[in-house]
Design a protein around this ligand. Structure first.
Ligand code: URP
Ligand code: ZN
Ligand code: ZN
Length: 467
């Protein structure tokens, strides 16, 4: 199954590469294919798809007074279990730090630790004359996208002057501008007011991060991108009004793209409001504290995300995998939602969760592959090598069983390093049966058979998605 369609085929792999995709029963150089190869893997009745590409992860990210709980080792192993064979994580530069040092630190963390291939985007947490200059070298390093934050004042925040300057650099170099589009200063005022009114439980994280402040920031980013000519990719879109802004800009012909995440397709603010457990009381809702926040189902945001995935107003689904344990991490925010480290871990479940959209008729089979693999490859300069089952591409392959079944959650022993699951109790049709990365089998019927040194750094080309 490719983004362009599906047909019965045999896939021939030699070394790390796909060398042929042939009609069943084809002869190769006059000999019967099955008789002339070292090994045959029977995928009959199942889908063979390109390995998933999760273009938004935060392994062992220092954040919220703690560090994301999956290391590159545990996080990429969980990715492999779930049919994802490439990730793009975020290297971080903060105000006053050198971009080169931030990037080198992330290379250090990841090298030799990854079960699957990995690339980096560069977070520019402090736009100044030094970081702007350093951005000139990123393309040569294979880092062809950078991320700015309109949220998180005091942590990674960029003001409009900084955004404008960085976008001018984006236009000049071809680097794709990725944007966390939420009006952080306004959110912080609302959050403080809520806290002072005694509204301290996790649910109020979502109330403070109102959709108006996502729409406003998305619009502002789009206008600054239009002015400068920068290509813009808005991460973790959750508000239907933000999608409307993206769609309008795309209709005007702007190079503006949007990503959503499984949590914004399936989970809601109402779910979070009602969340209670014996162990955590109403602090249970901390399991779903993420930014942008879960949105109201009554307001129709989830339906709008699915629709936008069909109409290509949104182009990709990444996880924004940023896991924290409840015990010792999320619980830092008991009594004050502002101190809950924000993030959800889903890297293991993205391929399965999106496949539910095929089962329920929200998206087609080919669109599923396009959203989880092909467009991320094109968007981030990996297409041809990754994101497609065709001769010459890396042999990153997943055998997906549509008759299979997957029970999700910590109770079903997920492989992410988290003491809870945001997806506890989810039962999904379909199953990742077998996973190969560059010709090496990572998951087979016995379970995980990969190694932590298999994954290689992906030097990426410029985005291949511009209009
Ligand atoms: O809540 C989230 N999304 N945490 C990760 C950091 C970010 O903003 O992407
Ligand atoms: Zn973000
Ligand atoms: Zn993120």
């Amino acid at each position: 199954v490719n983004a362009t369609g599906a047909s019965p085929a045999d896939v021939l792999v030699d070394g790390e590469t796909i060398v042929a995709v042939l009609a069943p029963g084809s002869q190769l150089l006059g000999t019967d294919l099955a008789a002339s190869v070292d090994r045959v893997v029977d995928a009959s009745g199942k889908y063979v798809i390109p390995g998933g590409i999760d273009a938004h992860t935060h392994m062992q990210m220092p954040f919220g007074g703690t560090e994301a709980s999956d290391t590159f080792e545990t996080g990429t192993r969980a990715a492999a279990w779930g049919g994802t064979t490439s990730i793009i994580d975020f290297a971080i530069q903060r105000t006053g730090e050198r971009v080169e040092d931030g990037l080198a630190a992330w290379h250090e963390k990841a090298a030799g630790e990854c079960a699957v291939d990995y690339g980096f985007h560069q977070i520019i947490g402090g736009v100044d004359e030094y970081s702007l200059k350093a951005m000139d070298s990123l393309v040569d390093e294979g880092i062809t996208s950078f991320k700015l934050f309109m949220a998180y004042p005091g942590v990674f925040f960029s003001d409009d002057a900084q955004i404008l300057r960085a976008m001018q650099k984006s236009r000049e170099t071809g680097l794709l501008t990725m944007m966390h589009a939420e009006n952080g200063p306004a959110i912080d005022v609302l959050a403080e007011q809520l806290y002072n009114q005694g509204k301290t439980t996790p649910y109020f994280h979502g109330i403070a991060r109102a959709w108006q402040l996502e729409e406003e920031a998305t619009h502002r980013a789009i206008m600054l991108a239009d002015l400068t000519g920068a290509p813009l990719y808005v991460v973790h879109v959750s508000a239907k009004q933000a999608v409307e802004q993206l769609a309008a800009a795309r209709d005007r012909g702007q190079n503006v793209f949007g990503e959503t995440c499984p949590q914004y397709l399936y989970l809601s603010l109402e779910d979070q409001l009602g969340a209670r457990s014996e162990e955590w009381g109403d602090f249970e809702g901390a399991k779903w504290v993420c930014s942008t926040p879960l949105r109201s189902r009554a307001e129709g945001h989830q339906d709008a995300m699915w629709r936008a995935l069909r109409t290509n107003d949104l182009q990709t689904v990444s996880t924004d995998h940023c896991p924290f344990c409840m015990r010792g991490q999320k619980d830092l925010g008991q009594g004050d939602f502002r101190a809950i480290p924000n993030g959800i871990g889903s890297i293991e479940h993205r391929v399965d969760l999106l496949y539910q959209g095929v089962v329920t008729g929200e998206i087609t089979l080919s669109r599923w592959v396009e959203l989880i693999a092909t467009t991320p490859a094109r968007m981030f300069g990996l297409y041809g090598r990754k994101g497609v089952v065709q001769p010459g591409a890396d042999a990153d392959l997943v055998i997906y069983d549509p008759q299979g079944h997957t029970s999700i959650g910590l109770g079903k022993s997920h492989h992410m390093n988290m003491d809870y699951s945001a997806w506890e109790g989810y039962e999904v049709d379909g199953h990742v049966d077998w996973v190969m990365s560059r010709g090496s089998v990572l998951v087979d019927e016995t379970g995980y058979v990969g190694t932590k040194s298999h994954g290689k750094f992906l030097k990426r080309d410029l985005t291949q998605y511009l209009v």
